[in-house]
Design a protein around this ligand. Structure first.
Ligand code: NAD
Ligand code: ZN
Length: 342
């Protein structure tokens, strides 16, 4: 089979031939249909300090994917060959306090598919049975391939009640864009998305945002006034990782606002703690997805009519992965997909 492999001490990847895997007793082999490229893959592509210290290269990378079950391990029940599935990308230890209590998303030592263990940018991937998610019949494999980042968006967007609230989303990357669709679908009064990228801000409006604000020229105070808001946003979702975006949240939220923090800053940055304290803000870190409640919610959100397809801007055959990584790094992209069927 083909696999996109990271080798140590070099930029980029190599598309290589390797043996088709066989499942262990508690594993399933999935024939990959569509895979999505994530910012994490770009870190691994560039082989930055984080990637060097995290990824046991040489290793197949990739964690956003959909595919069909090819082969079941001898202990795996409840799944059928040929079904469309995806996988929770965090393989939990099963032994820490949180895992034992059923709070798997809080596992002390999760391993990432395509980050710590071999991934899904390949014709076939091996998945532990406890990580498998069966998709609804009829769901398109492309939308199914978005469930990993869509799950980040749903986890962040629904952490706090948004019905009737004014919501600020900083960052219109794929996750911020999908979060805008979720917040809008969940009944927010206003969904305001910020970014510094006009292409992505245009996509935010397509995803249902009330306003899309380029913070290089736009003024969030003026936008609040235009929308008839007087005290600030009730809920903020930080999905950019930018310190400046966090300052925008501090300056534009109501006292007691709920702030969900998913964006990963490149390095530690100073925070105006006086505002956090005097305004009694409620900050919550968000990582991954809840297993599998977020997956359940994604499913019913799709069934109840949410459309996340505008986030997909590029599709390439797997062999054109270099073009796909170039597209992702251009200023004009949302989610970039790799087709492993061609
Ligand atoms: P992305 O990098 O594609 O999107 C980030 C967006 O933020 C970009 O469009 C960028 O232009 C924008 N931005 C930059 N400066 C800004 C500013 N001052 N104000 C507003 N927006 C600004 O990333 P993504 O794939 O959508 O992911 C979003 C963030 O979440 C990233 O930081 C990523 O590392 C992180 N992430 C976290 C988890 C988790 O589990 N916590 C999972 C996946 C991704
Ligand atoms: Zn654990």
């Amino acid at each position: 089979m083909r696999a996109l492999v990271k080798h140590p001490d070099e930029e980029g990847f190599r598309l290589e031939e390797m043996p088709k895997p066989t499942p262990g007793p508690d594993e399933v082999v999935v024939k990959v249909h569509t895979a999505g490229i994530c910012g994490t893959d770009l870190h691994i592509y560039r082989w930055d300090d984080w990637a060097r210290s995290t990824v046991p290269a040489p290793m197949t990378i990739g964690h956003e994917f959909s595919g069909h079950i090819e082969e079941l391990g001898s202990n795996v029940g409840g799944f059928v060959v040929g079904e469309l599935v995806g996988a929770e990308g965090h393989v939990v230890c099963g032994q820490c306090r949180n895992c034992l209590a059923g709070r798997r998303h809080l596992c002390q030592e999760p391993k990432g598919i395509g980050v710590n263990i071999p991934g899904a940018f390949a014709d076939y991937v091996v998945i532990p049975k406890g990580n498998l998610w069966r998709h609804e019949e009829g769901l398109s494999p492309e939308i199914a391939a978005l469930f990993d980042p869509f799950g980040n968006a749903v986890h962040t967007a629904l952490k706090f009640p948004v019905l009737g609230e004014d919501v600020l989303i900083t960052g219109a990357g794929p996750i911020g864009l999908m979060a805008a669709a979720v917040v809008n679908h969940a009944g927010a009064r206003n969904t305001v998305v910020t970014d510094v990228n006009p292409f992505r801000l245009a996509l935010a409006l397509e995803m249902g945002a009330t306003r899309a604000v380029d913070v290089r020229s736009g003024d969030l105070g003026a936008v609040q006034a235009e929308l008839g808001m007087t005290e600030g946003f009730d809920v903020a979702l930080e999905v950019s990782g930018s310190p400046a975006a966090f300052d925008d949240i501090l300056a534009n939220t109501i006292h007691g606002a709920n702030v969900a923090m998913l964006g990963i800053p490149a390095e530690p940055f100073p925070i105006d703690w006086s505002t956090v304290i005097f305004n009694m803000l409620n900050l919550k870190g968000i990582y991954g997805r809840e297993m599998f409640d977020t997956w359940y919610k994604m499913n019913v959100l799709i069934q109840s009519g949410i459309d996340i397809s505008p986030v997909i801007t590029h599709r390439f055959p797997a062999a054109d992965y270099e073009k796909a990584f170039a597209a992702l790094q251009s200023a004009e992209s949302g989610k970039v997909l790799l087709d492993w069927t061609s």
